[in-house]
Every structure is written in C-alpha cells, then in structure tokens.
Ligand binder design. Structure first.
Ligand code: 2X7
Ligand code: FE2
Length: 325
C-alpha cells in the first residue's frame, strides 16, 4: 500500500522576545494562589509593567515560551529541559519567606529535542535534562508566572552556561550568538510560534540586608546612581531600535554593573531575533532590593492580531483575594 506523502510543517517563527526579570518579590507582591507567603503590596511599577506586557502578548498568537534563566546554572554546555511534566514546590534559597511556590509545568519536549539536535549539528555543547524529578529554578518560575500565571502554554527552558565566569564575557557573547542562531533555526524547523524570554535583571548590585517589611517601598531605590545611568543607557538603545549596539555594549555594561546580562539571555534572544531595528516596547523599569529591572518586548508588526479573551491580572485572574498579612 502506498504511504501518504508526509505533509511538510509550516515554517515556525519567533513571534516576540521579552526581557522578563525574575525577582521573586514580584510574585510575592502579587499574592497568587500558587505562592504561600502573603504580602500587602510592593514593586507596583514592575508589576504593572508585566501587566502591560501580558496585555500585549495576549494579542500575539503563540504556541510555546522559550526561557533562558541565569539560576539554572550549568558548567558544561547548555542543558535543555526535556521532561514533559514537572510539578513540585519551589522554595527560593535566599528568600524562603517570600517565595514558596507550587508549580505545575508542561514542557514542549519536541521543540526541546529539536533545539538540541540543531545544536549538536553545529557542535554547540548541549544536553537534554530528562530527570522527571528535576527541580525547576526560581528564575524560570518567576518569569513564567509573570508572563503567564495560568501556565496554559508549554515552555522550553535553557540553562545558563557559566562561560562568563570560567572564561570571559567575550566568550559568553560568542557562545550565546551561536545558541541564538541555533534556537531560531530549530524553532523554524519545529513549526512553532515561539516567544523568547530572557529572564534577568539589568544592573545587579543589591542590598545585603532586608527591611523589616520586605514590601516597604519607602526603602526601595537603585543601589547607586552610576548603575542607574548604565541601565538608562541600555534602555535608551532598546527604545531607539539599536539592538546591535546594545548587545555590543553588554561586556562593558556587565563588568561595570555586575549585571545579570552575564548569563547571556539578552544576547541569545537578540541574536535569535536577528537584532531588531524597530524600537523595543519598554513597559516599565523599577528596582528590587537595589537591582535595576526593565520589562521590555520586541514584537514585529506582523505578530499582532486581535486581542484574545485573556484576563491579565496575575493575582485576580487566578481567583486570589488581595492579601492580608
Ligand atoms: O534573582 C534575583 C534577581 N535577579 C534580582 C533581585 C532580587 C532577587 O533575585
Ligand atoms: Fe536573578
């Protein structure tokens, strides 16, 4: 019997990329049902920025979120999460009083395997993480929650290779460019419409002691003015559509501000998106324990469609009451 010719997959695409920082304080301040501790308020400028970004993403048709997080650290190559379902409790090692989050995550294993296969073809060291008891890092969870608190889309997670610590920032840039190009190729092969998430802060010098009330916003500010100036320099390049210039500045920026760009997420994402020349949408900037954080998206015009029926209030949509302590 003749076999049916295989239907070729429609070419996939990266429909948006977001800089999506992961301070656990943001989830704490939202009081979602998944997180045990309760807060009174806090970090509204960043939480409202995420609300605005969720609104935007709800108008973009997508199948999967691909996240690169600095808090999944690997020392040999990039690891790619390839376990279909992960459910557990994540307790932040530094902020266990703020973040004890029950997660229930679906992974797009087929896309994870395709990214791995393309990387192998290009001699980029990668390994699939197939341990069903793998503990997902809090960076992935916070970014995932703030982007999609219902977790109704599968994700793919990439680890951050510690190349900038073991070698240097230039080697990190080179590796992340290779990984970005491979991620793009794999997404196109997979037929998926993917949103990329670079999960990290900008400047990252932080306070070393905590206030009695963590959400006391009278105590929140950037650690020092020079960090603020550097953050603004990067954000102005984003707003001007100068993403290549911004990426070229990452080694200097990272060195001067001990920025979380060290993990490679922004370089990876900009390379995968072929360095957008249109302006990023900057939804907001704010500090968390003194670190600088921007919530920003890049989405080509062709990605936007009519808004879908998506509620965007992270806490409210999941039926949570505003917290009492
Ligand atoms: O991981 C983080 C971070 N990047 C920024 C601020 C506060 C806590 O955790
Ligand atoms: Fe972090």
């Amino acid at each position: 019997m003749a076999t049916e010719p295989q239907k070729s997959k429609t070419k996939g695409a990266i429909v948006a990329g977001c800089l999506a920082p992961h301070p656990p304080h943001l989830v704490y301040a939202e009081n979602p049902p998944q997180n045990e501790p309760r807060s009174e308020c806090g970090w509204e400028t960043l939480r409202w920025a995420y609300e605005s970004m969720r609104n935007e993403l709800s108008t973009i048709d997508h199948d999967v979120l691909v996240i690169l997080s600095p808090h999944w650290r690997t020392y040999v190559g990039t690891h790619i999460l390839a376990t279909p379902h992960l459910k557990s409790l994540s307790v932040d090692p530094v902020f266990p009083h703020l973040f004890r989050y029950s997660y229930d995550i679906k992974v797009d294993v087929e896309l994870a395997e395709t990214i791995h296969a393309v990387c192998q073809e290009k001699n980029i060291p990668t390994k699939l993480m197939q341990n069903p008891d793998f503990r997902v890092d809090y960076g992935t969870i916070v970014t995932g929650h703030m982007i999609n608190p219902l977790w109704n889309k599968p994700i793919v997670c990439l680890s951050a290779n510690s190349v900038s610590a073991y070698y240097n920032l230039d080697r990190m840039q080179a590796l992340m460019m290779e990984l970005g190009a491979a991620t793009k190729e794999a997404i196109e092969k997979s037929g998926r419409k993917a949103i990329l998430l670079a999960s990290h802060s900008l400047s990252h010098r932080h306070f070393t002691s905590e206030n009695e009330i963590p959400e006391d916003m009278s105590k929140e500010h950037i650690t020092n003015h020079s960090l603020y100036l550097w953050d603004m320099k990067m954000i102005n390049l984003m707003k001007a559509g100068k993403s290549k210039e911004m990426v070229d500045l990452i080694p200097d920026f990272t060195e001067q501000t001990i920025a979380e760009t060290e993990s490679g997420g922004l370089t990876w994402m900009m390379q995968a998106m072929d360095y957008p020349t249109y302006p990023a949408k900057v939804h907001g900037y704010g500090t968390v324990i003194g670190t600088g954080n921007v919530v920003a998206s890049w989405a080509p015009k062709s990605s936007h469609s009519a808004p879908t029926a998506h509620s965007t209030q992270s806490g409210v949509q999941s039926g949570v009451q505003l917290g009492t302590k």
